[in-house]
Design a protein around this ligand. Structure first.
Ligand code: PHE
Length: 351
């Protein structure tokens, strides 16, 4: 009968000491993880309270209820002390998170970095825009063409020497496919698809067997075609002079020069003062002081016949310009290859 008397005070003291130690451990915990670890020392599978519970069966039956009740109280106590500590830690962490620099919701957002158009594309856009203001609409066509649209309908007979200047990649297969050498085939496609009046500009890539400081094997053109009744060479000159002045400014010197294209008659070219040497003669203008920017002329009646327009009723003019050349002139570049190397140090200058 002495054992139960001794057991009771021992147990109470032991439980008290365990809870005291838990309090100390919880107070020392810096975060939820440490707090839970401290509580597990009592409540976990290998915890002190769990170990005591296992001793329950070794006690005489009459003592078990009181021992069990004390243990349960101690467990509840330990669990609620853990909960309290977790709540406090959470609140403290929240308060710490608020104590940083104050948020200012009125600040404007930081800008996202964004790209910009390539100088060739912005030049092409500006050219199209100028003609757009004169009432021209945009038309486009395929870069892989056939002989009919690229040459034949444009009045280049099969063995005509004018084809030599426009050597390109030919596909050795039925259909006579080739990489188009100019945007002029879209003149044909446009006229086959619609009746006059016509007023289109045609931007796009073209391909030729050329590669030097001023020629790239792939380059860009903007073509123009106007068909109406009473159209004259004066309309062509007026329209293109206005274009040059809009593009370069009213003070740029240009010259009209007679030329030849199979699909225009008469034909001409417009040259611009070389911006690199200002007319003295250099590598870019090949010593002439002038740079060709554009070919033009009155639509040849033979072309109208190919597309079924009556040449007695309709007249028109056409032009085709090199976008690369115009971009180089505008920015004073001396080598066309800069436009195709994609060196960001170069391209970023045109932001
Ligand atoms: N297609 C010609 C070329 O690429 C340019 C041109 C277009 C000339 C329209 C006259 C009329 O050389």
């Amino acid at each position: 009968m002495t054992q139960p008397d001794q057991q009771a005070p021992d147990l109470a003291a032991e439980l008290h000491a365990l809870l005291e130690r838990l309090d100390a451990d919880l107070a020392a915990a810096h975060n939820a993880e440490e707090a839970r670890a401290a509580a597990a020392k009592l409540l976990g599978k290998k915890g002190a309270l769990t170990a005591l519970q296992k001793k329950l069966g070794t006690l005489p039956a009459p003592e078990r209820p009181a021992f069990g009740a004390s243990l349960n109280r101690a467990k509840d106590d330990a669990a609620s002390r853990l909960e309290n500590r977790l709540t406090t830690l959470e609140r403290e962490a929240f308060e710490r998170s608020l104590s940083g620099p104050p948020l200012d919701p009125t600040l404007p957002p930081r800008g996202l970095p964004h790209g910009h158009a390539h100088p060739l594309m912005s030049t092409m856009h500006d050219i199209v825009d100028i003609f757009g203001r004169m009432g021209f609409q945009v038309a486009e066509g395929p870069e892989v063409e056939d002989d009919f649209h690229n040459f034949e309908a444009l009045n280049f007979p099969p063995d005509h020497p004018a084809r030599d200047m426009q050597d390109t990649l030919f596909v050795d297969a039925p259909g006579n496919l080739l990489m188009r050498t100019h945007t002029s085939p879209v003149q044909i496609r446009t006229m086959l698809a619609q009746q006059p009046p016509v007023r289109v500009v045609i931007p796009g890539a073209v391909y030729r067997h050329d590669d030097d400081a001023t020629h790239s094997p792939r380059f860009f053109q903007v073509e123009g075609l106007l068909v109406d009744d009473h159209t004259t060479l004066a309309d062509l000159k007026g329209c293109l002079t206005l274009f040059v002045q809009e593009f370069f400014g009213a003070d740029v010197s240009v010259r009209f020069r007679a030329s030849f294209f199979p699909f225009t008659e008469p034909s001409g070219e417009i040259d611009c003062r070389c911006v690199v040497c200002r007319g003295k003669g250099c590598r870019v203008c090949k010593g002439s002081g002038w740079l060709e920017i554009l070919g033009c002329g009155m639509v040849d009646p033979a072309v109208f016949r190919h597309v079924g327009y009556d040449p007695e009723k309709w007249q028109g003019f056409a032009f085709g310009m090199g976008v690369d050349r115009l971009a180089m002139l505008r920015h004073g570049m001396s080598d066309i290859r800069l436009l195709y190397e994609n060196d960001l140090r170069f391209l970023r200058q045109f932001q």
